[in-house]
Write a protein that binds this ligand. Structure first.
Ligand SMILES: CC(=O)N[C@H]1[C@@H](OP(=O)(O)OP(=O)(O)OC[C@H]2O[C@@H](n3ccc(=O)[nH]c3=O)[C@H](O)[C@@H]2O)O[C@H](CO)[C@@H](O)[C@@H]1O
Ligand SMILES: C=C(OP(=O)(O)O)C(=O)O
Length: 425
């Protein structure tokens, strides 16, 4: 039972080290299972609960995994996979479990998914994944509780995604990498994490062209080899720390953060009054003027990242005027509004749109994380609030942010992670 306790009022200053990207390392662990010989070494791995679950899941299917947490390094030996089952008790606890399917199909001829987890954001379909596997020659049996996918050797085919799904693109690339012949994926995702996964797979021997263009061609190869790869920095972690500086009127140096990876998030924060300066691999972030209101429409990369919509909503509470947010990726991503309103905010939600009437001073309260990003958004709210905020269901924050309390404390914030004896998460 994890909870975070935040006492607001401190201005954040100093240096924060941006973690490796959750949404890159999870597909990379799936990719490591494609190598039938040798040991894969992943560096700059974020020490987060989702990675711990991915390690448990890789072990459950037979891989030998060492997670050297203090070195932020994973060593994965997938030379013997023994079980096609992604067991419910692990697979239900994180979304990345779906990224193990291509390796199980190639290595064992089947994948049995007993459950799929991840943030509760409304409908999160996997039909593009299943349709793609079918076009490559697999049989997909979608039962009530268990999904069974079987393939006696995948064969390349033309594929498409209705919308550029992040994990859908990664899964279809991995499925095509060892399929016989050529696969073309139209309307593929452009997220930087997808490109990092393509870089790793290419080093493993995969033949992939067109990453970052939305039109990816994969020539199947006979085998992939284990490699060493350093996970890219987490642009969502960087966005959160930038917004922590913004909401407290502070100035921070984000080691490893890249402005380019922020896409439209950068421009929206600049319009709100946040200043950025990229000095090589360090991003300087400062806010020393009143926050202006903003209009945001979430979109796939390089559009405004849906995962940063919740923290942005918190920052908008302090802006001088009304901000408008249109959430276009997920149909259930506004649970944060009710929690912010408990802290004195004035956020109105109608369908996929929210209006944040600012500025409203925030006051500390007992609130609950409904998903990873609403959890971190409440930590930001706590930084700006008068008094103490406690955030329940803190496990959801730990799913995606490494050593959050320590990194916030290093910037002067009063954030404590506690194990509570009651409550959820
Ligand atoms: C582990 C990981 O990388 N998670 C990220 C990934 O999730 P994830 O890969 O699950 O997100 P997708 O890009 O697949 O989903 C986006 C939208 O497409 C819909 N859809 C997707 C696939 C499909 O087969 N059918 C379908 O209808 C979903 O319901 C959703 O509305 O991208 C999201 C959008 O950037 C991020 O919020 C998540 O942090
Ligand atoms: C939605 C998210 O993650 P997941 O897809 O792993 O649930 C997230 O990182 O905000």
């Amino acid at each position: 039972m994890v909870r975070y306790r935040v006492r607001g009022g401190n201005v954040l200053r100093g240096t924060a080290f941006i973690q490796g990207a959750k949404n890159a390392v999870l597909p990379m662990i799936g990719a490591a299972l494609l190598a039938s010989e040798g040991r894969t070494v992943l560096r700059n791995v974020p020490v987060i609960e989702d990675v711990r679950r991915a390690v448990e899941l890789a072990e459950a299917v037979g891989a030998k995994v060492e997670f050297h947490e203090s070195e932020r390094t994973l060593v994965i030996d997938a030379s013997r996979l023994t079980s096609p089952v992604l067991p419910a008790e692990i697979a239900r606890r994180f979304r990345g479990s779906v990224l193990f399917v291509p390796a199980l199909l190639h290595r064992l001829g089947e994948a049995i998914i007993e459950g799929i987890g991840g943030c509760n954001l409304g409908s999160r379909n996997l039909d593009f994944h299943y349709l793609g596997y079918k076009r490559l020659g697999a049989m997909v049996d979608e039962g009530e509780a268990v999904i069974h996918i079987k393939a006696g050797g995948l064969v390349g085919a033309p594929l498409y995604l209705d919308t550029p799904s992040h994990t859908g693109t990664e899964n279809l690339i991995m499925a095509a990498a060892l399929a016989r012949g050529t696969t073309v994926i139209e309307n593929a995702a452009l997220e930087p994490e997808v490109l990092d996964v393509i870089t790793m797979l290419s080093r493993m021997g995969a033949r992939i062209r067109g990453g970052g263009t939305g039109f990816i061609t994969v020539e199947g190869v006979d085998e992939l080899t284990a490699v060493e790869h350093t996970v890219m920095p987490d642009r969502l972690d960087a966005g959160v720390f930038a917004m922590a500086a913004a909401i407290t009127g502070g100035e921070v140096s984000l080691v490893g953060a890249s402005l380019e990876h922020l896409g439209v998030v950068r421009w929206k924060l600049e319009q709100m009054g946040v200043e950025f300066e990229q000095h090589g691999a360090v991003l300087q972030v400062r806010r020393d003027r009143p926050l202006r209101p903003i209009n945001v429409i979430t979109d796939t990369y390089p559009g405004f990242a849906t995962d940063l919509q919740s923290p942005l909503m918190t920052v908008a509470c302090l802006a001088e005027g009304s901000s408008y947010i249109h959430e276009r990726i997920f149909d259930g991503r506004f649970a944060l509004a009710g929690e912010l309103n408990k802290m004195g905010a004035n956020v109105e939600v109608e369908g996929s749109r929210a209006v944040v009437h600012g500025p409203t001073p925030l006051r500390g309260a007992d609130v609950t994380a409904h998903d990873l990003r609403s959890g971190i958004a409440l930590v930001l709210a706590g930084l700006a609030a008068e008094g103490e905020t406690t955030i329940g269901s803190g496990y959801l924050i730990d799913r995606g942010h490494a050593a959050l309390a320590q990194r916030m404390q290093a910037l002067g914030a009063d954030v404590v992670r506690e194990i509570s004896t009651s409550g959820e998460g």
